[in-house]
Design a protein around this ligand. Structure first.
Ligand SMILES: *Cc1c(COP(=O)(O)O)cnc(C)c1O
Length: 361
């Protein structure tokens, strides 16, 4: 099976061979493992473009846990948050605020609309503590304008919390330049390794002004324990040790290639796919897209059937789309071990799958 999915992704053969090829998972309360984690952290901060004074929380959990833990550790019911909700992942922040009784307002972005200044303006005269955004709303593929959001937060003295799970290491991202206070990421998307770990990078001001002063009604998700333990490169509880090794290897590899070059490759593959896919009876949305994933819209309601045929007959996995676009849209990822030749193969198989579905095969 070949994966053109956003997470898990088609992992590099090197990493699969090295870490999934029969090696034991090492014991981790050792100086050697601490060293590996500290190196990982150094790379994380370099790749996310933040100062060494920022701090990272390494959670053994999926990305959603990191979103929830961020809200629990940074905000209280005396705050008021502004949430951009342009799809499934924006809605997830809304659900989290509800569960934790954090007051909020929502900027609801209807499908197909590009987020612009006009959406923010009607919320400009209310007092908010922070803006929560999924910078690539993976369910639609829209990449929001970070500069616009940064300027809004700066003008209104708000913290900026960015779920960059499907954008970090796929699109250009600069935490400090855009005044970002929290970057949420996870292992199975841009870092292209197994699912299981989430990394939350906190600005120094978020640590000092919020996290260290917060009393969190949770043991496992209390960031203070993680901050304290990480002084020596450790986590308070057993991490997914094997995935920590994979993450270290992956970040090291990206750093060696060079981040710019790494991003340029993904951009090239995405652009190549977007050009070639026009040979099929599909269209692309008009809003700005992340390099990570291309949503395609079918002229006829056959998207889910095409997904099934690709999976069952051609050993190809793409992302189906949930909700109202279930039969209209598929999403194709461009991250992990993939290139323009894989696009040729994919387009050819998609053409066949569409023909199969239309012929009722
Ligand atoms: C994948 C993803 C998540 C997290 O999903 P999990 O299944 O919990 O790992 C969160 N936000 C965005 C934007 C994502 O793409």
């Amino acid at each position: 099976m070949r994966l053109f999915t956003i997470g898990p992704v088609q992992m590099s053969t090197d990493i699969v061979t090295k870490f999934r090829g029969g090696e034991q998972v090492p014991y981790f309360r050792t100086p050697e493992f601490s060293q590996l984690m500290l190196e990982t952290d150094h790379l994380m901060k370099r790749l996310v473009h933040t100062a060494e004074s920022s701090r990272t929380i390494y959670l053994t959990a999926s990305g959603t846990a990191a979103m929830e833990a961020t809200v629990m550790n940074c905000f209280t019911p005396s705050d008021r948050l502004l949430v951009i909700n342009g799809g499934t992942f924006g809605q997830r922040f809304v659900d989290i605020c509800n569960i934790h009784h954090i007051p909020y307002d929502v900027i609801r972005l209807p499908y197909g609309e590009t987020l612009g200044e006009q959406h923010l303006l009607s919320f400009a005269d209310r007092d908010y503590t922070a803006l929560l955004v999924n910078i690539d709303e993976t369910s639609t593929g829209q990449l929001y304008d970070i500069d616009l959001l940064h300027k809004f937060c700066q003008a209104h003295d708000m913290y900026l919390v960015v779920d960059a799970i499907s954008s970090f290491l796929c699109d250009p991202y600069d935490m400090d330049r855009f005044g970002i206070d929290v970057t949420i990421s996870s292992t199975q998307k841009g870092a292209c390794v197994e699912p299981g770990m989430a990394m939350v990078v906190l600005s120094n001001r978020m640590v000092q002004e919020r996290v260290l002063r917060q009393s969190v009604r949770s043991l496992y998700f209390d960031f203070k324990l993680y901050l304290d333990n990480f002084q020596r490169g450790q986590t308070p509880f057993t991490p997914a040790v094997g995935i920590c090794q994979e993450l270290h290897a992956s970040l090291q590899c990206i750093d060696e290639i060079g981040l710019e070059k790494h991003l340029a490759h993904i951009a090239t593959v995405a652009h190549d796919f977007r050009t070639k896919v026009q040979a099929l009876p599909v269209s692309l949305p008009g809003f700005p897209l992340s390099n990570a994933i291309t949503p395609i819209l079918f002229d006829e309601p056959i998207a889910y059937r095409v997904f099934e045929v690709l999976k069952d007959c051609y050993e190809i996995m793409v992302n189906p789309t949930g909700g109202p676009l279930h039969d209209k849209s598929l999403r194709i990822a461009h991250i992990g071990e993939t290139d323009c030749q894989n696009n040729d193969m994919l387009i050819e198989k998609m053409q066949q799958a569409i023909a199969d579905v239309k012929a009722g095969r």
